[in-house]
Design a protein. Structure first.
Length: 261
């Protein structure tokens, strides 16, 4: 049976001219990589295709990125799949996306089992169509015991709604006497966010060149390194991920302190 190192070398064989596996330090990988997957629509429109073709192609990029993170040994990969604002899209596009989430989840479950990937969902799932909701629940149930990597998908997620929800939980706990006002700390709030189970992202990638956070993980990315690439999400691949990690490793992370240089 091939070892983890063999699998990694095979996965990253045949590099392009500007990047190779040798350029990243495998001992200093970001523990949590988070991605704002953007540009599916533009990718499709540039090819004269329906936007849904861009979302379908985006699934291939997500699968490749999941595999790349597993091979590298990244502990948490999270991705923004559908925002609380995305309901404003044409009804047909929303329906197709919800359908795509459900069919993709079912199709990719064998990969999660094979690679022992635990699925987490962030967002208000109660508003999702029944089939999508049930599929997500099945995915979370079936993978709950895995620990190779956590894949978190943000679906019907908005950071302001998440923080508001956490504040409401705190207010309720204070009202019930479970929590004292002086115990309302950053940790107490963080424990009530969807992300309570994982460390904050160390690297946040946004594709398609937009310089926005789009209401994504506003609390959790306080000290994340940001990496924006012009590449549209359906063109994002294992090499783009390595370029992002190389850039991350080239940064000096000061967390508000002073430069060591
Ligand atoms: C942004 O591109 C992308 C989305 C809103 C959907 C992301 C969904 C996928 C990548 C499908 C796979 C996901 C799962 C969870 C199976 P956009 O439509 O905003 O692109 P544009 O800015 O070019 O219009």
């Amino acid at each position: 049976m091939a070892s983890g190192a063999d699998k990694l070398l095979a996965f990253y064989a045949a590099p392009p001219a500007d990047i190779s596996l040798d350029e990243v330090d495998l001992d200093r990988l970001p523990r949590h990589v988070s991605i704002i997957m953007d540009g599916n629509g533009r990718w499709a429109e540039r090819r004269g295709l329906d936007r849904s073709a861009g979302h379908a192609a985006g699934v291939d990029s997500l699968r490749e990125t999941i595999t790349a993170c597993v091979r590298l040994g990244v502990g948490v990969l999270s991705a923004y799949a559908f925002s609380t604002e995305n309901w404003k899209r044409p009804r047909r596009e929303v329906e197709l996306l919800m359908d795509l989430f459900a069919t993709t989840l079912v199709a990719e479950l064998p990969l999660f089992h094979q690679e022992q990937v635990r699925l987490e969902l962030w967002g208000d799932l109660s508003a999702l169509p029944a089939k999508t909701y049930a599929t997500f629940c099945r995915g979370m149930d079936e993978t709950a015991g895995y620990s190779t990597m956590t894949l978190a998908l943000a679906v019907n997620y908005g950071s302001r709604a998440e923080i508001t929800r956490a504040a409401r939980h705190i207010a309720r706990d204070v009202a019930r006497g479970i929590l004292k006002p002086e115990d309302v700390t950053e940790e107490a709030l963080a424990k009530r966010l969807y992300t309570a189970d994982v460390c904050d992202p160390e690297l946040l990638i946004r594709t398609s060149g937009e310089l926005r956070l789009s209401n994504y993980l506003l609390w959790q990315i306080a000290y994340s390194e940001l990496y924006v690439t012009e590449t549209l999400w359906p063109d994002f691949d294992r090499w783009e991920l390595l370029r992002a990690i190389r850039a991350f490793q080239g940064r000096e992370r000061r967390f508000g302190g002073v430069s060591r240089g």
